[in-house]
Each structure stands twice: as C-alpha cells, then as structure tokens.
Design a protein around this ligand. Structure first.
Ligand code: SF4
Ligand code: SF4
Ligand code: SF4
Length: 165
C-alpha cells in the first residue's frame, strides 16, 4: 500500500470479506457488518456526511462488543484502524468530495490542461465512449457527462496534458 491506495476503499474491501464470511448466528455481526459496508459504500460514492463518520465508529464498537465470536469481534478493525490513522482521507471523501488516492471513481474526474495539450488526437482515438472532442493541433476537451473514467486517455497522452482531479 502507498499513496495510491485509498484507505476507505481498503476498509470496504475487508468488510466485503467479513460480510460474506459471517455465519449469521448473531445480529451484531450479521446485520452490523452489512450496515458498516453500506456506510463505506455511501462514503466512497460521494454521499457520506461527517455524521456518517461518527456513526461508523459507534457501530464498529457496538459490533466488537456484542458479537459472539472472533469474526464479528474483529470485523470492524480495518475500519477503526483506518479511521484512527487516516481520518484525513475519510474527511476528504465526505467534506471535500475528493478521493486523495484517485481510486473512488465517483469522486474524481479527468481533465485536459489546454496549455499542455498539443492536439495530437491520441486520447480522442483511445476514448471508448467518444467523450473527447477537439481538432488536430488544437486543445482537446473531455465531456465529463459522457466520460466513464476508464483511464484510457491518460495512458495515451505523451505530453502529460491529462490530469485526474
Ligand atoms: S460473530 Fe461469529 S457467530 Fe456471530 S454471526 Fe459473526 S461469525 Fe457468526
Ligand atoms: S477516462 Fe476514459 S471515458 Fe473518460 S475521457 Fe478518458 S478515455 Fe474517455
Ligand atoms: S493525447 Fe494529450 S496532447 Fe494529445 S490531444 Fe489528448 S490531451 Fe492533447
């Protein structure tokens, strides 16, 4: 893991595992892990609030204290440890609506810097949904309403004219 890893996304990844593995015998684990996962999904899709962060933490402790076995008692740990050490990333997701690692697709967009664009058309030809327009040797533009954030254009640009914001 490095700066290109989204810690909220990582917490969600671990929760997906525990939701699948929960045997369902006790409610805190069976239902609680699902609710935790839903909150993380809400945050990574750009709909989270500061209140969700507080509720996320409270729910983690409730699940830890009331689950019957080790699975439920440890399931919230990835959320708690990322909240503890990477709270700034959570706050960026809910307050600034940004994913600092550029992992959460709902919270990022691709843009062409006009001053750097040479109008080579490479990105336009690579885009699978025709989201890029522009004439040869003229700055190109990405239509964000059409872009599916596949990343194909940024790989083709030899002039570092495309950025993720
Ligand atoms: S905490 Fe253990 S017993 Fe309870 S639902 Fe989860 S896996 Fe089953
Ligand atoms: S990210 Fe993909 S869909 Fe969006 S403009 Fe670039 S190539 Fe097109
Ligand atoms: S590939 Fe880069 S330089 Fe070429 S048109 Fe696209 S943004 Fe401009």
């Amino acid at each position: 893991m490095d700066e290109d890893t989204c810690m909220v996304d990582i917490a969600k990844f671990f929760l997906e595992f525990t939701v699948d593995e929960s045997c369902g015998k006790c409610t805190p684990c069976r239902v609680g892990t699902k609710r935790l996962h839903e909150k993380l999904e809400k945050i990574t899709s750009g709909n989270g609030t500061m209140q969700d962060l507080d509720e996320l933490e409270q729910l983690c402790y409730y699940i830890k204290e009331n689950s019957l076995c080790g699975l439920g008692q440890t399931a919230p740990n990835p959320v708690l440890s990322t909240l503890r050490f990477f709270k700034d990333e959570y706050i960026a997701h809910v307050r600034d609506k940004k994913c600092p690692a550029h992992v959460c697709k709902s919270l990022m967009s691709y843009e062409i810097i006009a001053d750097k664009c040479r109008g080579c058309t490479a990105c336009k030809r690579a885009c699978p949904v025709n989201a890029i327009s522009g004439e040869v040797k003229q700055p190109h533009v990405i239509d964000k309403s059409v872009c599916i954030k596949c990343g194909a254009c940024i790989q083709k640009c030899k002039f570092d004219a495309i950025v993720i914001k």
